[in-house]
Design a protein around this ligand. Structure first.
Ligand SMILES: C[S@@+](CC[C@H](N)C(=O)[O-])C[C@H]1O[C@@H](n2cnc3c(N)ncnc32)[C@H](O)[C@@H]1O
Length: 263
């Protein structure tokens, strides 16, 4: 396999070249429910799901970002059925996380605006790496703590409150032109990840030099962020048009000697 390469082919073909337990981490957004046509390519979920499990290392994590189409008035539920299928195959459904869009496309009709997609965190066994994102607590520092003394009278102690905590599993991102990425060329793809989402997930579940794989690489967001965070990466993208977009986007970030390294 060559590192730092987007294989312009069906991801099933790329994965067939990989040995078992090869990659540390997978982050991807599949072509779901034919919401977008992506030049009419096939998406064989069952076969792909089994291959993803096979190539992931023990303790590896996969982030599967997915939403549902509304068909004949009903949401498809494809996201749920995929998560359950992954469980049947052997993945743990480690955490059902939410990718919340601060500024979604407004919707008409008798529904609330669609603000989120699922971000299923699936693992092969217990995750081997977890570097949680930390935030400051709202009320940190010293505080008065009330206690009853032996006599029943109120005593006040100064206690140090925890200053930091793990963030919650709803991740908030602003999206759209100039926000998801500054790379103009990326917007020639219809469904790009916000870069910050990929930064947060790669930082959480991998360490430097781990191998990251995106089977549906699209405009190359996973490749770019992996590179900037000093992770190794491989991608697949079936559409030549999108591989060209990704390569143009990556050119300024990757030096030529980084391309085509054999492992
Ligand atoms: C939702 S987009 C991914 C966008 C990507 N996360 C980004 O930030 O640009 C899904 C991509 O999967 C590609 N695709 C569809 N079927 C595929 C397959 N079988 N193998 C590889 N890529 C495929 C589509 O061409 C499309 O670019």
């Amino acid at each position: 396999m060559e590192l730092f390469k987007i294989y312009n082919e069906d991801c099933l073909i790329t994965m067939a070249k990989m040995p078992e337990c090869f990659v540390d981490f997978i982050i991807t957004s599949p072509p779901y429910d034919n919401i977008r046509n992506y030049n009419g390519y096939n998406f064989e979920f069952d076969k792909i799901a089994k291959e993803l499990y096979r190539i992931l290392k023990e303790g590896g994590v996969m982030i599967w970002v997915v939403g549902d189409a509304t068909i004949n008035g009903s949401e498809s539920g494809t996201s749920f059925s995929q998560a359950l299928k992954f469980k049947e195959i052997g993945f743990r459904l480690h955490d059902t996380m939410i990718y919340y869009k601060n500024n979604p496309m407004p919707q008409t009709g008798n529904r609330y605006h669609q603000h989120f997609e699922y971000m299923f965190c699936l693992s092969k066994g217990s995750p081997k790496t977890f570097n949680p994102i930390i935030e400051l607590t709202k009320y940190n520092g010293l505080a008065n703590m009330k206690n009853r003394g032996k006599s029943g009278s109120l005593l006040y102690d100064k206690v140090e409150r925890t200053k930091e905590k793990k963030v919650g599993n709803v991740f908030f991102y602003s999206v759209g032109g100039g926000i998801s990425t500054k790379d103009k060329v990326a917007y020639n793809h219809p469904a790009i990840f916000p870069e910050k989402l990929v930064v947060d997930q790669i930082n959480s579940w991998t360490n430097e030099e781990d191998l990251v794989y995106d089977p549906f690489m699209g405009s190359g967001t996973t490749a770019k962020i992996s590179h900037l965070l000093n992770r190794n990466w491989i991608g697949s993208e079936i559409s030549k048009e999108y591989v060209d977009i990704a390569e143009e986007r990556l050119r300024e970030h990757l030096t030529s000697d980084l391309f085509n390294v054999n492992v």
